[in-house]
Design a protein. Sequence first.
Length: 185
Amino acid sequence: MKHYKKYDFPVEKIRRFLEPGPIVMVSSSWKGDTDIMTMGWHTVLEFSPSLVGCMITAANHSFELIRKSKNCVINIPTVELLDVAVGVGNCSGRDVDKFELFGLTPVAAQKVSAPMIKECYANLECKLVDSKMLNAYNFFVFEVVKAHAPKTPKYPKTFHYTGDGVFMLSGSHVSKRRQFKAEML
């Protein structure tokens, strides 16, 4: 087993070790105003009901749209949309229509008012179920009420933000199913 010599590390940069999942693009809508934001600060909170926690800064245009509408769609892009996701994350929906600017196709969701992004691998329709941490931490708790995904590829090539403009691409997958109890799968 390898041992690492460790040094002091800046605490403000620890995200490079902890970012839990792929970059997502969150679409929202409120009274005819739509937006898309790029987000990496999300986490699965529960399996059933399917709960996802998201930190969205109050300075983001999507924050108010989601807070008021109480719903959104978490869209999961693949690596082919990396440049689009970076572009979406570097402009404001207050100033531009991101669907139009980036050539993305809005598709009506089935259970929420926010549009899905057709070009994304998967779309998770979400309803806000807990807003207790909004004022203190800008933290939304959503229930995924409908999910849309293709059957293949089973493990799409996604991308993960490590900070400082650097992304990590998902790589090979290793199955350890035989080592897990059946109920954990």
